[in-house]
Ligand binder design. Sequence first.
Ligand code: HEM
Length: 221
Amino acid sequence: MVTTIRDNKGALPIAKQAGATRPLIVRITHWVNAFAMTCMILSGWRIYNASPLFPFTFPPWATLGGWLAGALAWHFAAMWLLVANGLLYLAYGLFSGYLRRTLLPLTRDQLWQDFRAALTLRLKHRVGVYNTVQRLLYIVVLLLGPTAVLSGLAIWKPVQFSPLTTLLGGYDTARLVHFVAMAGITGFIVIHLTLVILVPRTLLSMITGGSRQNHATEARI
Ligand code: HEM
C-alpha cells in the first residue's frame, strides 16, 4: 500500500512506501559513506601532519595509515569508494525525487522556528520526517562532500586538473578549501552523532528501514 502522509511543514515522509521509512539503497550508501568518510578524514589528518597548514597537528592515535605512505594509500583507496558510492546516492536521490521529497521545502521562517526550538531542546523529531534544522545540515554536508572531493583532485593532480586548480584560486587556496571542507564535514559528524545519541531510535530506522509504526513516533530534543 502506498501512503502519502505529509507532515505539518509540507514535506513528504522519507519513503512513501508503507512499512519502510528509508529505501534500502539510501541505507546502504549511508553506511558505506560513513565508513569511507571516516577513512578519508583520519588518513587525511595523517597526511596533513606531514606538512601542517596551521600551527597544530592531529594526535597520531586519531589518525589512520601509520605513516605518510600508508595514509596516502588509505586516502586514495577510500576516495574511490566515497566517490562511487556518493554518485550512486546522488543519482538515486536526484532522479527518484527522494532528495527533493525529504530535504525540501526549506523556508527561513520554519528554519528559524526549528532552530529556536532546538536551542531550548523542544524540537520535535519524528522518525521518518526530517525537521528543517536537519534538512539544512544534510544539504550543507551534501555540498561539502563534493567540495572536498573536487578540491582534493585539484591538489592531487594540479597539472592534469589545472582548470579546476585555477578555478579554486591556485594550489594553496585549493588546499585551504580542502581543509575547510574537511573541518565542516567533521563538525557535521559531531552534531550528527550527538543528535543520533539524543534520539537513538533513528539509528534503528537507518539500519532496518524503520516501520510505519516507528514512522509515527516522535521525540523532542
Ligand atoms: C557512524 C557514524 C554515523 C551514524 C551513527 C549515522 C547515523 C545516521 C542516522 C541515524 C540517520 C537518520 C537520522 C534521522 O532519521 O533523523 C542518518 C542520516 C544521514 N546521515 Fe548519518 N550517520 C553517521 C555518519 C554519517 C556521515 C559520515 C555522513 C556524511 C558526511 C552522514 C550523513 C547523513 C545524511 C546526509 C543523512 C540523511 C540521509 C538521507 O535520508 O538521505 N552520516 N545518519
